[in-house]
Design a protein around this ligand. Structure first.
Ligand code: HEM
Length: 569
């Protein structure tokens, strides 16, 4: 009885899938844009299944054709521009039975989607699958659209912009504490985690007025009895298992017989608990302040701005609160997440590049010394030193790191209800696309596209597009401004009204952290007691970078070679 029922359902499903694929192919073929058929929609949850299975098949059978690797989630990292070169086009479709995706490495089209008319999210919204993941704790500035998004942005962006002095100070403090620890330790192979902890400390202070001393994660977890330790453990578990935390409500996950799922559910629950506590704590403080002062202080941080906008404080002048409590917590989560992972990993990536190319460390240190002279870098401030340090080697190293390894590989958007025409770079004809198509703007393919990254008068090979060459960003002798790439070919922070709120925050943090580290220290590969040469470690590092995988941000999938911090001679 069950077998025929199962077979009929399976046949009906397959029939519907083929019909749907056929309909979408009929839509795509007349457009004259190259396309590949992919049997499933490669959204975030397919990283659990079937992508690992596809990866196994590719490895076992040595499959190299794009129709195979386009089924994986990390082809942009492993193949960079290969597929665009293969099809001789900067745009192509993957057609799945449920969706048509346009992969874009054409800068003019990327600019139109992200920053053209309708780039504020009204015509080109994020696909729902991403919003449901990022809205795990409540709607927020990333998941909201239209008028609601404008409110969220108005509440959050100005306070983030005003926090830069705290960002500078706290970055230097975190690094001082980190150096104290590194001074006593030989080799480090926890850099990604360590820098994530430093940048978590910065966003906790700048956005939430919480002071978190830097210590290695293991020490923080060992101190779990104190509230701070368990909060840090909860964040660590949540971010490491984020994929699991979004697949079902926490109470279901906590009942399942799998440890990773139970832990993810528990961490999500604990996070809600901590955020509730922070919310109530801040609400009480605001109510007290309202009784004793004349209103909101000009030094309000992100949490204060969020809580005040929820209108829950008794002295609130808001007739209609702009945010619900769950939106306050949703935004707190998104700023903790976006505000520390991306920057922490970018700094760790830059450190590995500097270990691979020590000549750039020397130039960086010489520049820092020439700007600071004998003064103490720990006495510097955002107001006095950021400008001087933000247009030379430090900035060049950050820009080049993000060009080679952007935090996010892809930005996705979907076309609204009417067909739209999009420009193409060069002398190519504009294309008109039907509704329902999803754009995947490939940040990493744009920043490797030889048409825009080959240097004038040099061949593609001489331009070393896949190599770390920060000097490409430095001002040329005739003017004092840094290199400006072709519009749309370099968008690690995205562009347009929905571009990154934390771009300057990240730049200030990166500058202060690199300053704090390299004024006192140099980084080198750990030779494992003389058993590993510099060249071996460098090759190992390059091979690991080729294997980076997009989790929340792009990050190592295996173990990076160990590094050592040594005092400058
Ligand atoms: C190197 C560091 C960073 C990188 C590479 C980065 C990258 C990005 C990108 C690519 C987007 C656009 C995503 C999309 O449209 O789908 C974005 C948006 C966003 N970023 Fe960042 N980010 C960084 C640091 C930060 C920091 C430090 C914060 C907060 C303090 C932050 C907060 C946000 C927010 C709230 C949005 C959503 C804006 C909106 O939709 O209106 N980011 N970021």
């Amino acid at each position: 009885m069950l077998t025929p029922l199962f077979l009929t359902t399976a046949l009906l499903f397959m029939g519907y899938t083929c019909y749907s694929l056929h309909t979408l192919l009929c839509k795509v073929r007349p457009l004259g844009i190259p396309y590949f058929v992919v049997p499933f929609y490669p959204g975030p949850l397919t990283r659990i299944f079937p992508i690992p299975f596809v990866n196994l098949l590719i490895k076992v059978f040595g499959l190299t054709h794009p129709r195979f690797f386009l089924m994986t989630s990390d082809w942009q990292v492993r193949r960079r521009c290969e597929v665009y070169r293969f099809i001789r086009s900067d745009i192509f479709f993957t057609v799945t039975p449920w969706k048509v995706i346009l992969h874009v490495a054409d800068p003019d089209m990327a600019v139109e989607v992200l920053a053209g008319k309708g780039g504020n999210g009204e015509l080109y919204t994020r696909p729902d699958v991403y919003n449901s993941m990022l809205g795990l704790f409540g709607e927020n500035v990333i998941t909201a659209e239209g008028a609601v998004w404008r409110d969220h942005r108005k509440i959050t962006a100005p306070v983030i912009g005003k926090s830069l002095s705290v960002v500078w100070e706290e970055s230097l403090t975190q690094i001082q504490q980190m150096i104290r620890y590194y001074d006593k330790h030989e080799a480090i192979n926890t850099s990604y985690r360590d820098f994530r902890r430093a940048t978590l400390g910065v966003i906790a202070h700048a956005g939430f007025s919480k002071v978190m001393e830097w210590c290695p994660l293991t020490t923080a977890i060992a101190n779990e009895k104190d509230g701070e330790g368990s909060y840090q453990k909860c964040l660590h578990v949540l971010f490491e298992n984020f994929m699991w935390a979004v697949i079902a409500p926490s109470w279901i996950l906590e009942m399942l017989p799998f440890k990773a799922l139970r832990e993810a559910g528990g961490a999500a629950n604990n996070f809600r608990f901590f955020m509730n506590e922070w919310f109530e704590e801040r609400k009480t403080k605001i109510e007290l302040d309202n009784k004793t002062t004349l209103g909101p202080s000009s030094k309000a941080d992100l949490m204060e701005s969020l809580v005040r906008s929820s209108g829950l404080d008794k002295g609130s002048t808001l007739e209609t609160p702009l945010l619900s409590k769950s939106e306050v917590i949703g935004n707190a989560f998104i700023f903790i997440l976006a505000g520390h992972e991306t920057t922490g990993h970018t700094i760790a990536n830059a450190i590995y590049f500097l270990a691979m190319y020590p000549e750039y460390q020397v130039r960086l240190q010489e520049e820092i010394d020439s700007i600071l002279g004998d003064s103490d870098h720990n006495q510097t401030s955002y107001e006095t030193h950021f400008d001087a340090l933000s247009s030379g080697w430090i900035a060049a190293i950050m820009f080049e790191t993000l060009r080679l390894i952007p935090g996010a590989t892809t930005i996705s958007r979907q076309i609204g209800p009417t067909p739209r025409t999009f420009p193409r770079a060069g002398s190519q004809r504009p294309v008109t696309l039907p509704p329902g198509i999803e754009f995947w703007i490939q940040i990493i393919c744009l920043s490797h596209n030889p048409k825009y990254w080959s240097q004038p008068g040099k061949t593609e090979a001489e331009s070393a597009i896949t190599e770390f060459r920060p000097e490409r960003w430095l001002p040329k002798s005739e003017d004092n401004t840094m290199f400006k790439p072709y519009n749309g070919s370099y968008i690690p922070f995205s562009i347009g009204a929905r571009g990154c709120i934390g771009k300057k925050f990240a730049h200030v943090e990166f500058t202060a952290i690199i300053l704090g580290l390299f004024r006192e220290m140099s980084v080198e590969f750990d030779s494992c007691g003389g058993r590993k040469t510099f060249d071996e470690a460098r090759l190992e590092c390059l091979a690991e970078i080729e294997r980076f995988e997009p989790k929340i941000t792009l990050q190592p999938s295996g173990e990076m070679p160990g590094i050592k911090w040594v005092r400058r001679r």
